[in-house]
Design a protein around this ligand. Structure first.
Ligand code: 4AD
Ligand code: MG
Length: 466
């Protein structure tokens, strides 16, 4: 007979048990340990959920002298009985029958039981997932990634993979990270005549993508409704709490879809994600409501239940002018809305999510559909309290002549985009899409105010540790 090794049970599962169990195996890391009258009490966590499980170790265990030296951060494998706890704090606990020390953590383990500042934890981003707060944030991030797929799959969207290495600049903002295999040091030393890209890996200039949109459009114009969800990169030198150089974007793209349908989908999508978090991440969310943002339950409930405000850019400008607020950046038709304007609208004036549509064409990329007024394009931005812009999207220009004219205006080299223009030559149809910044979503849902704290290893100007 072959004896199968006992499998470990996740602590999350044990804490939800409906009956005691005579033998379980758990593995995890020690949060705390204390001694009391012939027993050692260990709080063990394995990352599967926020709460620890309490393990009671009797001094009669053979290796009790070693157990009594177990420190915070040590890794253990424990066999025992799952029994009902007599304590008030928890329903279940483990009565250990064997405690194997996988590795003892030294006394200088940086995450001793006390509150650490976010700034300090950023300097040990490789260890911070072990704290309650960051563990909770990354579990919520995982749950919401799944929810993204769920939302689109339920609606018949196909998940497509768009390239990360590209030769184009979707947003036309020139915020590209260049990718090269050329030896930059020797280029600098030897040449004053510019770079010969025919010698580079792709034989031409290449960069990391700022958005999967242009490729997603090609797939939507063959497959109908598609979405991508992947990393995007921007060499924006903005050192703010809402910009990262590497961030994840969810980008649906829909054929036969206009701006109104696009805005409706964006609203349902955000509501779905908030509802999903409320329904599936309650325990982790409670930590954020308690320690990070006391208003969080109200914010999330409002997003879940409110009808989002939809106003044109023109109306937004009128509200801002009428507000009497002393903004740093002047408000006038044609000027870009700045973060202070966006936040005034969503946080003070409406106090709920706002979608602004029909922006002046000069402030938006070449691919957005020109409206009949000849001035504005069918763009939309969704703004939410605490964050500002969380979604940006548009109906795309499907008319070849207008699109090429806008490209010329924007100074884009036509030959680089012939492939894109083909979609407007062969069965062009109205289509739309948007991009949701996934880190900004996690900020909204957890109340975490800095983008550096919602992605495990943040990349920002002058910072590429780990
Ligand atoms: O508004 P953006 O630039 O739109 C696009 O890239 C479109 N091509 C998307 C599309 O229509 N398929 O970016 C979309 C969203 C923003 O609303 C914001 O949430 C997020 O991406 N975002 C950033 N998030 C973190 N750091 C940055 N540097 C970001 N830049 C944009
Ligand atoms: Mg935008």
């Amino acid at each position: 007979m072959v004896l199968l090794p006992m499998l470990r049970t996740k602590i999350k599962q044990l804490l939800r048990a409906e009956a005691p169990c005579s033998q379980v195996l758990i593995k995890g890391w020690v949060k705390t340990r204390r001694d009391s009258k012939g027993f050692s009490f260990i709080e063990l966590n394995d990352g599967s959920c926020l709460p620890n499980i309490q393990v009671i170790v009797d001094q009669t265990l053979d290796n009790y002298p070693q157990i009594a030296k177990i420190t915070t951060g040590s890794a253990l494998s424990i066999q025992g009985r799952l029994i009902e706890s007599k304590g008030q704090e928890q329903k279940w606990e483990i009565q250990a029958t064997a405690v194997d020390i996988i590795q003892l953590a030294p006394e200088n383990y940086p995450l001793q039981k006390k509150r650490h500042s976010d700034e300090f934890l950023r300097t040990i981003a490789h260890l911070r997932p072990r704290t309650n707060k960051y563990g909770a944030a990354f579990r919520i991030r995982a749950a919401l990634s799944w929810a993204v797929h769920h939302f689109f799959q339920e609606r018949g969207f196909l998940y497509v993979h768009t390239p990360i290495l590209t030769g184009s600049d979707c947003e036309g903002a020139g915020e590209l990270f260049q990718v090269t295999t050329l030896d930059l040091a020797s280029l600098c030393a030897s040449s004053t005549q510019g770079v010969d890209y025919t010698k580079d890996f792709f034989g031409k200039m290449a960069n990391l993508t700022v958005s999967g949109q242009l490729s997603a459009e090609m797939l939507a114009l063959a497959l109908g409704d598609v979405y991508t969800f992947g990393p995007t990169f921007r060499a924006e030198n903005s050192n703010t709490s809402r910009h990262a150089a590497e961030f994840w974007m969810v980008e649906p793209e829909m054929a036969f879809c206009d701006l109104t349908d696009n805005m409706a989908l964006a609203e349902s999508f955000l509501k779905y994600l908030v509802e999903y978090a409320l329904a599936h991440c309650a325990e982790d969310l409670a930590l954020f409501s308690r320690f990070v943002d006391k208003q969080l339950p109200f914010t999330l409930e409002k997003i879940r239940s409110a009808e989002f405000i939809k106003i044109s850019y023109q109306e937004a400008i009128e509200i801002l002018i009428g507000s009497g607020m002393a903004f740093e950046f002047p408000v006038a038709f044609g000027n870009d809305l700045q973060s202070e304007h966006e936040r005034y609208l969503t946080e003070q004036y409406f106090q709920k999510p706002v979608i602004i549509y029909n922006y002046p064409q000069n402030s938006k990329p070449f691919y957005m559909r020109l409206n009949d007024d000849g001035q504005t394009v069918a763009a939309m931005d969704m703004l939410v309290p605490g964050i500002g812009e969380i979604i940006g999207g548009s109906q795309r220009e499907e008319r070849l002549e207008i699109l090429t004219a806008r490209m010329d205006q924007a100074g884009l080299p036509r030959e680089k985009y012939e492939w894109y223009l083909d979609s407007r030559r062969y069965g062009s149809v109205p289509h739309s899409g948007f991009g949701l910044g996934f880190e900004r979503l996690i900020m909204l849902i957890t109340g975490i105010s800095n983008i550096r704290d919602v992605i495990p290893f943040p990349r920002t100007p002058k910072n590429i540790e780990f």
